[in-house]
Design a protein. Structure first.
Length: 118
């Protein structure tokens, strides 16, 4: 099913309904309940779900139907997972380390620019 999700840039609500087996009215309700689920809308107002939105729908479905969490429990779990993924992107560097890395990159670029200038 994951390959099916990656085939297109955007999916309409009916396509998401087929892929996830979640009815359209439930998808619309989940949009009002889960802040992370925000599909784009085209000028006609049709919802356009990105592959990551479809994956999120599948995750919400798993939390609610398989793990039997409440809406509040699912929201808390998704929030915790979102925070965890942001921490993993941190690369373990503190702000001072970021500043040091950026300074070294800037110094290196300045050196390269000086070499290229006549």
């Amino acid at each position: 099913m994951a390959t099916e999700v990656a085939d297109k840039l955007y999916y309409r609500i009916g396509e998401v309904e087929q892929i996830t087996a979640v009815p359209a009215y439930v998808l619309r309700y989940w949009e009002s309940e889960f802040k992370l689920l925000r599909p784009k809308k085209n000028p006609a107002g049709q919802r356009l779900y990105r592959p990551r939105d479809v994956e999120l729908v599948q995750r919400i479905k798993t939390l609610l139907y398989d793990e039997r969490l409440t809406l509040e429990g699912a929201k808390k779990r998704l929030l915790a997972e979102s925070r965890k993924s942001h921490q993993q992107l941190d690369l373990g560097l503190r702000e001072t380390a970021y500043a040091d890395v950026l300074k070294r990159v800037r110094d290196r670029l300045t050196t390269l620019r000086a070499r290229l200038s006549p």
